[in-house]
Design a protein around this ligand. Structure first.
Ligand SMILES: [Ca+2]
Ligand SMILES: [Ca+2]
Length: 151
């Protein structure tokens, strides 16, 4: 049978919830959009691992141990204190160009990420420019290659 098969968290170990108390979403409906997920092989063992972003300290990194089994390694990976932050988006990418994946996430205030991206790009001699000021919905904040690099 083609398609997806539901796998119980008790079977996979991939148990995660992102609770949003009414006191928070009554004042910020955007929180109801969810917080995001990113995947990548963070430990280089060939298995794709999973980071789930969450609010109020619920973010978690799960190591794929093969055979559809995952283990929560948030604290073991040194993310214990960082995972207590609110995360409203996440990505795994080699932002510093050293060959391994780096974990980034967006908090309600994304400016620390902006500063980190700017510093990483400068350290790796990657030309990027700020592509938005979030003053309009169309031009959301983002990084981009300089316009002069496009044909
Ligand atoms: Ca892995
Ligand atoms: Ca890296």
């Amino acid at each position: 049978m083609a398609g997806f098969t539901v796998m119980a968290p008790e079977s996979t170990g991939l148990a995660f919830t992102n609770p949003i108390p009414p006191s928070r979403h009554y004042t910020n409906q955007i929180l109801l959009h969810g917080s995001g997920v990113t995947t990548g092989d963070v430990d280089g063992d060939g298995w794709c691992d999973v980071f789930l972003a969450g609010l109020g300290g619920s973010s978690a990194l799960f190591r794929n141990e093969g055979n559809w089994k995952f283990r929560n390694i948030t604290a073991e990976a040194g993310l214990g204190s960082c995972a207590k932050l609110d995360a409203t988006g996440t990505a795994l990418a080699d932002v510093d160009g050293d060959g391994d994946l780096d974990l980034t996430w967006v908090r309600e205030s994304f400016y620390p990420i902006v500063d980190a991206m700017r510093a990483s790009a400068a350290a790796a001699s990657i030309l990027i420019e700020w592509g938005g000021d979030w003053k309009t919905f169309v031009d959301m904040p983002h990084w981009q290659l300089p316009w002069s690099r496009y044909p």
